[in-house]
Design a protein around this ligand. Sequence first.
Ligand SMILES: Nc1ncnc2c1ncn2[C@@H]1O[C@H](COP(=O)(O)OP(=O)(O)O)[C@@H](O)[C@H]1O
Ligand SMILES: [Mg+2]
Length: 343
Amino acid sequence: MDTQLRRKREQLKDRHRFDNIVCAPDSPMVGICEQVRQIAPYDIPVLVTGESGTGKELITRALHYSSHRADKPFVLENCGAMPVQLLESELFGHARGAFTGANTERVGLLEQADGGTVFLDEIGDTSLEFQVKLLRFLQEGEIRPLGSNRSRKVTVRVISATNRNLEDEVRKGRFREDLFYRLSAMPVHLPALRDRAMDIPVIAQAILKSVMEAYGKQVNGFSEEALACMCEYHWPGNVRELENEVRRMLVMSTGDELGANLLSSRVLKGGGDSELEDELLSDVEGNLKNRVEMLEARILKETLIRHRWNKSQAALELGLSRVGLRAKLERYGLEPGTLNQSN
Ligand SMILES: Nc1ncnc2c1ncn2[C@@H]1O[C@H](COP(=O)(O)OP(=O)(O)O)[C@@H](O)[C@H]1O
Ligand SMILES: [Mg+2]
């Protein structure tokens, strides 16, 4: 009975954590989360890769909280662009007087995290000098604080993350090959948001819900057009950028729906002219989304020519607001000049 209850609680905890990772039913994230859920109970090192803002930290936390280390510390260290001595003393600790300014002893993060999980973020940005020290720790399972002759056994699970291509870094001699293999026993790659556009509406809505709660401001949701614009944009900052966009839209909104007009011009303009050309000219056999976009651009062009670039009339015929039409024109880079040229 007791163990049953316990297991239930554990399951609940697990599901809850992975629930924070919002995705569409047909998203590649479904399989990735499943894979991470599967490896969570085992102490195998995990290397999470993916562009900035794709959810590397989020999935790492989910992993930790569904592992047997869940009740032990989860410690995060951002290794990016940190002087090697500082990084070393943060992770391994230092003895009093180990270097100028080390007035007190410091217990390193690895020791603090004993029994738990250490998340080494931006591991691809570390120096070769630091990599040697990390490798030694991983091989020996012992830490020796700077300037100290005491060493201590520490058992932590190491999860590392990077937005770089570590194999590339290895090839270029910037990352130690032996360390790479140590860290990447289980590689997990998170695709960029633009490569899983089906996730954009559901994540945007989930973000909106939480931002509405946080700000105490309610709206009914996004307009179709706003969602369409969001799905077409390339989101270089991934989910983090989407969060900022949604937050700003809500703050700026005056109606009860978040329209495309609230999107920043960066999002409305979309991919840029060369991408448009690719879509229109060479990508004829693209997927449905590409073809629909191509069609939309053609309809806009055709209607505008017919109405001699009178946007009010074109908008009226197409059932768009003037703001909506202007957004589409901007997005496809359609102007009288380009129209004449390509006509
Ligand atoms: N699938 C997702 N569903 C909901 N929120 C997400 C998702 N992916 C990322 N986020 C949110 O986006 C932000 C950036 O995620 P983070 O894990 O910090 O990315 P990374 O570590 O890859 O830079 C965080 O606020 C995170 O909660
Ligand atoms: Mg991060």
